[in-house]
Design a binder for this molecule. Structure first.
Ligand code: PLP
Length: 437
């Protein structure tokens, strides 16, 4: 059964509790819309992944995929929990630098890293690049030579296997913009090419099947497929992977229909499969790396909104609008993502009606939830939307010149602002007035 959705705590006033803090108090202090993260939930997920690896008895790295939610405090929290960090842009790398994150634990992913980003990452001394394509391999070689430095890489392989997930968040199939193809020979060519570049150490291979996975079989299938090729590359090119990175994508619970696996189940299946396959090929057991993003932060985040206007269309729909929407959570509009929510000021009161929760942006598609049973809603009620910790703030935007919400970390009895609400001044900060004649 879903975790954050079903186990909401309430206090004696019937208010939602986040950590040990009353959500109504949070909304009074920080105003809405706002993101509230339960830090203990983040720590617990990080620890669950790590302890699963400890139990599996393998050398490992758990890299937090910071694109799910990146800010200085979050990167620092990842470091406190002993995670490595996956970045996909110069901006995420910069955030990691500002957070004081150890650069040797940073991995750089992405299908179109610019020359500037590559140079910045080399200068920062990151742990490795996950090289996606031949263009990047060339840029990387050139920049290594320019800076007279060397670097570690993994090659991102597209294993031709798709997770059963939305096509926009599926990445492992053959028709994907990501990675070197296994079946048309690109991957082998990339292995051979990487091995021939003196400035580049090919540490191993990477794949990322897609997001919101609810089964382990796609991962183990990908590993088996990959090893059939590794075996071949070992014979032909003397290549022995020291690292296999199985990516992220571990599913979480957005609604009570989602039944995610525990971190342990994914880790166990991945390690078991790699152990078996490497053994079968008489190759040493490599380090096993993963890159969870959503599963680390998704369920830990809750968005608090205030309900404003309502519009009832008899026998059609009863719209209620909140003070945010696609500007702080574009996932429903972008790929039909589903969420659950409750009135944070009246948790677990009897539901009386089905409402459609609309955002405030000027787009008909700016809807958060289409069918949400709630008690009779009044303007001024506080709506808590659950499991918004991943790809919520990270995808937030300023459409309609709405300032992005603040982010608050809550741990037990403490709460702390970690990202300020944008101001109107922030919105025009990069604007330049028209030049006078
Ligand atoms: C997005 C992404 C991840 C993280 O995916 P989640 O679904 O957030 O766990 C990991 N690795 C790569 C390469 C990605 O693109």
């Amino acid at each position: 059964m879903s975790m954050s959705v079903m186990t909401n705590k309430r206090n004696e006033q019937g208010h939602l509790m986040i950590g040990n803090i009353d959500a109504v108090r949070l909304a009074e202090q920080y105003q809405t819309p706002m993101f509230a993260y339960d830090v203990s939930a983040i720590r617990n997920k990080a620890r669950a992944f790590k302890s699963a690896f400890e139990q599996a008895g393998v050398n490992y790295e758990v890299a937090y995929a910071s694109k799910a939610f990146s800010c200085i405090a979050m990167v620092q929290l990842a470091h406190e929990e002993g995670l490595s960090l996956d970045v996909v842009s110069g901006g995420e790398l910069y955030t990691a630098i500002q957070a004081g994150f150890p650069m040797e634990k940073v991995h750089f992913n992405g299908n179109n890293k610019s020359r500037r980003e590559i140079k910045e990452a080399l200068q920062a001394g990151i742990g490795c690049f996950v090289v996606d394509n031949f263009h990047e391999l060339e840029l990387l070689e050139e920049e290594c030579n320019n800076l007279q430095t060397q670097t570690n890489i993994l090659l991102r392989i597209t294993p031709g296997i798709e997770g059963t997930t939305h096509s926009y968040i599926s990445t492992g199939g053959e028709d994907s913009k990501f990675g070197f193809d296994l079946f048309n020979g690109q991957a082998e060519e990339a292995v051979a090419k990487s091995l021939s570049i003196p400035a580049i150490q090919l540490q191993g291979l990477h794949f990322h099947i897609g997001s919101q996975l609810f089964e382990t079989s796609v991962l183990t299938e990908a590993i088996a497929t990959l090893y059939r090729h590794i075996e071949h590359w070992h014979t032909l090119h003397g290549f022995t992977p020291e690292v296999i990175n199985a990516g992220g994508g571990f599913g979480i619970s957005y609604t009570r229909c989602d039944e995610p696996l525990e971190p342990q189940a994914f880790v166990k299946a991945i390690v078991h499969s790699i152990r078996e396959e490497s053994g079968r090929c008489y190759l040493p057991l490599p380090e096993v790396w993963i890159e969870p993003g959503r599963s680390i932060v998704g369920e830990a985040g809750t968005t608090l909104y205030t309900i404003g206007s309502q519009k009832e269309i008899e026998d059609v729909r009863h719209y209620v609008s909140v003070d945010g929407g696609m500007t702080d959570n574009i996932r429903p509009a972008l790929y039909g993502a589903r969420y659950e929510a409750e009135l944070a000021n009246r948790v677990k009161q009897q539901d009386e009606k089905t409402y459609a929760i609309a955002g405030k942006a000027c787009e008909s598609g700016d809807m958060l939830i289409y069918n949400l049973p709630l008690p009779t809603v009044n303007s001024g009620d506080l709506l808590a939307v659950f499991s918004t910790g991943a790809y919520g703030y990270a995808m937030a935007n300023n459409y309609n010149r709405l300032p992005r919400p603040p982010v608050v970390f809550i741990e037990n009895d403490k709460h702390q602002l970690v990202v300020e609400r944008e101001s109107y001044a922030d919105l025009v900060r990069n604007d330049r007035p028209l030049e006078k004649e």
